[in-house]
Design a protein around this ligand. Sequence first.
Ligand code: SF4
Length: 327
Amino acid sequence: MTNDKDLLTVRNLVVEYFSNQRPLSGEKLKVRAVNDISFGLKRGETLGIVGESGCGKTSTALAILKMIDSTSGEILFDQISISSLNKRKFRPLRQKLQMIYQDPFGALNPRMAVRDIVGEPLKAHKKVRNRKDYDSKIDETLEIVGLSREMGKRYPHEFSGGQRQRIGIARAIILKPDLIVCDEPVSALDVSIQAQIINLLEQLQQDFNIAYLFIAHDLAVVQHISHKVIVMYLGKIVEMASREELYESPKHPYTQALLSAIPIPSPDLEATREIKMLEGEIPSPLNPPSGCSFHNRCPLSKPECTKNSPKTTKITNSHSVACHLYS
Ligand code: SF4
């Protein structure tokens, strides 16, 4: 699911690191956080990446932003291979790639006024001609995200969670990026505020043709905003599909379990909902199971699943799954 027109292309990405845990032998243990994943993302499109904690979704995002090193594979941004660029060569591209964090309060400097926080990237990338230009860009950006000029004079602790996330979004869009990595940007917010932030992100996408890599731990959050969805488990992509295909015809038992956990907003339908409970915890990436890494939790596991890792099978041009049931 990658092609030449993609804004972002990820090919066979592997991210490994050494664990802090040391066995009695004292040798360093290597963790494969991202295990040979490939995907593409077009301008103006949203790709949801979903999975439990430890599935590799955040490591994937950090490798794309070059905040951690990738071990092997290739990352192309706007047809430029960024995996091999050093920091100095990557810097001009970095302004086109921004990030919105899960905890906006932790990501905002509490001692800086909001307008200085929002304007900081302009100074860092030398994108302002003079003070007037700087001030007008900040005022314009605050207004775009639904904050007033007056609010810019206040400090982060004076804002609600939703408003703080708007500040984080203002900071991310002020350089007019092509791609924003949204790392669980609404997980810490109330449901009604979540909807407002998702609506704002969608509006910004329409107005500025921004692509989003939207990371979440459940499929309910990404359903509305995503054009395509990737489901990850223990470092691998287990299913990838357009939104319609994934939500209407999920194939992988793990995707099916995640989907069955989403409450239905109709009391009658909710009463008949069949929840496919996931047994046990996600295994440690330090010691992944043999064969299919989901086999110890899968209700449909068969003998082959404990021995052989399933290959990816194409269901349609935009839908693929890694499971022996379809190979
Ligand atoms: Fe379940 Fe086997 Fe498919 Fe893995 S390969 S998801 S264990 S049926």
